[in-house]
Ligand binder design. Structure first.
Ligand code: AHR
Length: 497
């Protein structure tokens, strides 16, 4: 049976905030050291940033980068990460059982964001620290001059303020694994007082309160409601985090991971709006999905023992074609909720559950997951059109009957339309018809497909270009209807003008 949907520019979801295509750099494993930063690497610039990685990140189209954690931030002292590198202390990092040298810090990160054309999203330590330290960092980073902390920054070489606009009020403080884990009430109060103080310094900063670490947390939704009761008028966004993996060989459910992501988003929207209604507020709190990805958490063995290595190999998942198709579907889920999801960060950027891999002293290459993100960032700008699919279904163990087709479409300011579509079926091609009513498009610019006869195919250092999107032929547009066939287990980008 053929899957269908209709596109009509009169029915839109909303404008895409370009911060939907964000990513995340944490001091974790080799994300920073030998990832983005490796003085002595043949491609490194004078600041020690790897040139090969800079060019891959630019090409990926990352718009904002969250930093410095993650779990790492809950033990972080920002003062360690500024000033002359030779004076920076070595510290134990309890989150990842590693030694942090602080050779890469705030100035280096800001240099990196500038070179890749992204904006910073700075996370504050509200695990082991509080209002005072958050204010100090804000003043150090953003105050122009004439105070002890702003002059300290200037003495460190940054004459102009960094002007960091977007701040996370802590990280995953609902999680018992978090250093300084808190109850919703404790966290809500601290987040509110931190936000209030930061707004005294600068009312225009954008603030993200911590939501739940994932939808399966026992405190999910109650946590959001209690935190928002304290912070509703003081914050702009609430965070969501979610990671997906194939469990027990259940590929069908894994391919349907976006069903969970969409329900998570809709449940958080409902909770935000419930609190807004209780407070009789006209304000709307938006969603910052600031950690999302495929992550084989079940394979992760936390480092223990006496060795506290510098930049150990941690969370270096090698992604398959199947993982890339799921990641594409997660991007579709984010775009389908672009009216409320205004920030999203693919966790993470290099080496650690990342679209880009590197070898110390050696090559950098693109994982399979690089491609859907790059294409979504490149072609997913504009207005999301409302897509209601009529699709054949397949049975899944976790989500019941699920549509084989997952899709969205974005209309650019120039009138062009891009359809993003996933066929979740592992065996059969899926015929698709799209009625393009009123969109004004009349030709196919490109149909690109990520698919492989081997759904477990990966890119490796030995074979870095094994998997990539390829042009697909046979797609037709006539009489206002697009007709195509989606390969089994595939991510598709169909560009129309
Ligand atoms: O991205 C890896 C880790 O996942 C982050 O440090 C943490 O916030 C989350 O649990």
């Amino acid at each position: 049976r053929t899957a269908h949907f209709t596109l009509d520019p009169a029915f839109t979801v909303g404008d895409v905030d370009d911060r939907l295509f964000g990513s995340f750099v944490e001091h974790l494993g080799r994300c920073v050291y030998t990832g983005v930063y490796e003085p002595g690497h043949p491609s490194a610039d004078s600041a020690g940033l790897r040139g090969d990685v800079l060019s891959l990140v630019r090409d990926l189209g990352v718009t904002v980068i969250r930093y410095p954690g993650g779990n790492f931030v809950s033990g972080h002292r920002w003062e360690d990460s500024v000033g002359p590198v030779a004076d920076r202390p070595r510290r134990l990092d309890l989150a990842w059982h590693s030694t942090e040298t602080n050779r890469f810090g705030l100035a280096e990160f800001m240099d990196f964001t500038g070179k890749v054309g992204a904006r910073p999203m700075m996370a504050l330590n509200l695990g082991t620290r509080g209002v005072r330290e958050a204010l100090d960092l804000q003043e150090y980073a953003n105050h122009p001059a004439g105070t002890a902390l702003s002059e300290l920054r200037r003495s460190h070489g940054a004459k102009e303020p960094y002007d960091i606009r977007l701040w996370c009020l802590g990280n995953e403080l609902d999680g018992p694994w978090q250093t300084g884990h808190k109850t919703a009430r404790e966290y809500g109060r601290l987040a509110a007082e931190t936000a209030r103080a930061m707004r005294r310094l600068d009312p225009s900063v954008e603030l993200v309160a911590c939501g739940s670490s994932n939808q399966a947390m026992e405190t999910f939704a109650a946590w959001e409601a209690e935190v928002l009761m304290e912070t509703y008028d003081l914050v702009d966004h609430i965070s969501l985090h979610a990671y997906y993996e194939e469990k027990d060989g259940d590929r069908g459910s894994f391919l349907a991971s976006a069903v969970d992501m969409e329900s998570f988003i809709e449940n958080v929207i409902a909770t935000c709006d419930h609190v807004g209604a209780r407070l009789k507020s006209r304000k709307r709190v938006n969603l910052s999905f600031d950690e999302w990805n495929v992550w084989y958490q079940s394979r992760y063995e936390p480092p223990t023992g006496d060795s506290w290595d510098e930049a150990p190999r941690l969370l270096e998942d090698a992604y398959s074609v199947t993982d890339a198709v799921v990641l594409g579907s997660l991007l579709i889920a984010l775009l389908r909720h672009a009216d409320r999801v205004t920030v999203a960060c693919l966790a993470q950027l290099v080496n650690v559950i990342a679209p880009i891999m590197t070898e110390p002293g050696g090559a950098a290459w693109k994982q399979t997951t690089y491609f859907p993100f790059q294409q979504a960032s490149r072609y997913g700008r504009g207005r999301v059109l409302r897509v209601a699919v009529d699709s054949p279904t397949y049975p899944t163990r976790v989500y019941g009957e699920t549509d084989l087709l997952h899709a969205t479409a974005v209309q650019g300011d120039d009138g062009s339309v891009t359809v993003f579509a996933v066929n979740r079926g592992t065996a059969e091609p899926l015929p698709l018809e799209v009625s393009l009513r009123g969109t004004g498009v009349s030709e196919i610019v490109e149909h690109s497909t990520l698919h492989d006869a081997d759904p477990d195919a990966r890119n490796t250092i030995a074979e870095p270009e094994r998997v990539a999107p390829r042009p697909q032929s046979g797609t037709e547009l006539s009489g206002g209807t697009l007709r195509t066939t989606l390969a089994p287990l595939s991510w598709n980008v169909i560009r129309l003008a």
